[in-house]
Design a protein around this ligand. Structure first.
Ligand SMILES: *Cc1c(COP(=O)(O)O)cnc(C)c1O
Length: 396
């Protein structure tokens, strides 16, 4: 067995590359924006919003400060569409169902919108389980907020069906899914509104925080636009209470530049996912995400490469000793497992079980095929000669 560290370590995510890989072009953008003094709500934001909406084939995109604010704004702006509440206000006790396998931000947005977050189980592909959603519906349920996790879209046929049958609002957390498609439609365009994140390590990253709200509905778009800029309408009139949650013009200029090359980034991620599959398909102790081909309903963009691994913690240490960085999703806990949030009463045994095994391997556009070969080699070295009881390989 080889125990030597790799000649070059493989970080989980190489943050400096977000700048270094395009340093000269980015400095030109800083200079241009700076010389124009164009910092807040200038033409770069408008251009990016237009190009983003075109990319997603949706009517409206509104740049916001981050996707967490974006989800809150989407919920508040769309809530009236459920037809049960006063404009913008959420009846106390209203419940919103979400998958516990998501960032705490999803639940925080529900909380700050004034509703009660109701966590449910995920399915074999780690995305929200429509059967669990249906089982969690009560007379107080008002909305479903699926997370389009790891660059994959949930079963939107099933979720749209549930929403139609029960008269529920659908809002998508598409923070991790820019360009992911289900039956040809982009994640974020199924519900009344959605939010996307431009955090540096996200699929389309800027050099700080950033996000967008997207919607096909002009009234929701107008309310979201007011909510993100002090309640102001396009004419400057205050329409109601608002936040300051604008996307910086400089970040918008960077994102607009990066969006032009984003198609190539998606193709790169899909090729890397296939390389992982080719290298790891015969390892019985791990379960891989769905591959990039094969399923005509899903076009996945691989924000993350999330595996299930027997002996996960030991594997993680072994890889770290070899200089290979990995990450536990959300710091190792599903949302309902964080004591301080008071959602512990939820019984989600499948998610609890999954969180014993789940692990993120490196996945970003600067990763090389040779590095995937090194990672796969190390994983095989780890399992060689080790015997794990319990679950063996299952497809997902
Ligand atoms: C990153 C992320 C968010 C939050 O995005 P920010 O832009 O950092 O606020 C919300 N939900 C999911 C699933 C995420 O991955």
């Amino acid at each position: 067995m080889h125990t030597a560290a790799l000649a070059r370590s493989i970080p989980f995510f190489p943050y400096p590359q977000v700048f270094l890989s395009e340093e000269d072009d980015l400095v030109s953008i800083f200079r241009d924006v700076g010389r124009r003094g164009a910092f807040i709500l200038q033409r770069d934001v408008a251009h990016f919003e237009e190009n983003l909406a075109r990319f997603l084939d949706v009517r409206h995109a509104i740049g916001v400060a981050n996707a967490t604010d974006g989800l809150l704004i989407a919920l508040r702006a769309a809530w009236t569409e459920s037809g049960r509440c006063d404009p913008g206000s959420v009846e106390p006790g209203s419940e919103v169902i979400f998958s516990s396998h998501t960032m705490v931000a999803t639940a925080a947005a529900i909380h700050f919108a004034g509703a009660t977050p109701v966590p449910v189980e995920c399915g074999a592909d780690h995305l929200i389980d429509p059967a669990a959603v249906e089982a969690a519906i009560t007379p107080r349920t008002r909305a479903i907020l699926p997370t389009q996790l790891n660059g994959r879209t949930a079963d939107m046929d099933a979720l749209e069906g549930i929403c139609a049958r029960h008269g529920l609002l659908l809002i998508e957390d598409a923070a991790q899914a820019l360009g992911a498609r289900f039956r040809g439609r982009c994640a974020g365009t199924f519900g009344a509104a959605a939010a996307i994140s431009f955090f540096p390590a996200k699929l389309l990253g800027c050099l700080g925080d950033g996000g967008a709200v997207i919607t096909g509905d002009s009234e929701i778009a107008a309310r979201a636009a007011a909510l993100h800029d002090h309640g102001r309408g396009a004419d400057g009139e205050i329409r109601g209470w608002g936040l300051n949650s604008r996307l910086d013009n400089l970040q918008a200029a960077i994102l607009d530049y990066r969006l032009q090359k984003y198609g190539a980034a998606i193709e790169r991620r899909r090729a890397l996912a296939q390389a992982y599959r080719d290298a790891l398909a015969d390892v019985d102790e791990i379960v891989l995400p769905p591959g990039p081909g094969g399923d005509p309903d899903h076009f996945d963009v691989y924000q993350n490469y999330e595996i299930e691994a027997l002996g996960r913690d030991e594997l993680r240490e072994f890889l770290a000793a070899r200089g290979i960085g990995t990450l536990l999703p959300w710091g190792g806990k599903a949302v309902h497992q964080w004591e301080a949030l008071g959602l512990r009463t939820a019984r989600l045994p499948r998610t609890d079980d999954l969180f014993e095994r789940v692990l993120l391997l490196p996945m970003h556009v600067w990763l090389a095929e040779e590095e995937i070969a090194d990672i796969a080699g190390a994983i095989k070295d780890f399992y060689r000669g080790r015997v794990f009881g319990g679950r063996n390989r299952k497809e997902r």
